[in-house]
Design a protein. Structure first.
Length: 96
């Protein structure tokens, strides 16, 4: 579980990151969870964009992604979700 200070630190790091995944009308499936999990292992912090044609609520999408990947939800802002998962092999971010 992330503290408020850690979330604030991660939000500042994620500010300049572009979303690299998009969730559309197909919603969350095993394939996207697997790809996001691989990306989190390499990057630790990433943004996921939710397209307007997605039928699911953004909170539900964020919860499904976090549970499927074992990541923490840093923030849901607009149609973007910021996820963080500490990397085993590629540790780059030192949390305060």
């Amino acid at each position: 579980m992330l503290t408020g200070k850690q979330k604030r630190f991660l939000r500042s790091k994620a500010h300049h990151i572009k979303p690299i995944f998009q969730v559309g009308k197909m919603g969350v499936n095993d394939n996207i969870i697997e790809q996001i999990n691989d990306a989190l292992e390499k990057r630790e912090l990433l943004k996921v964009s939710i397209l307007q044609n997605c039928f699911e609520e953004k909170d539900d999408v964020a919860k499904q992604l976090a549970e499927g990947t074992g990541a923490e939800i840093v923030q849901i802002i607009g149609n973007n979700i910021i996820l963080y998962k500490e990397s085993v092999d590629n540790k780059k971010i030192e949390l305060p």
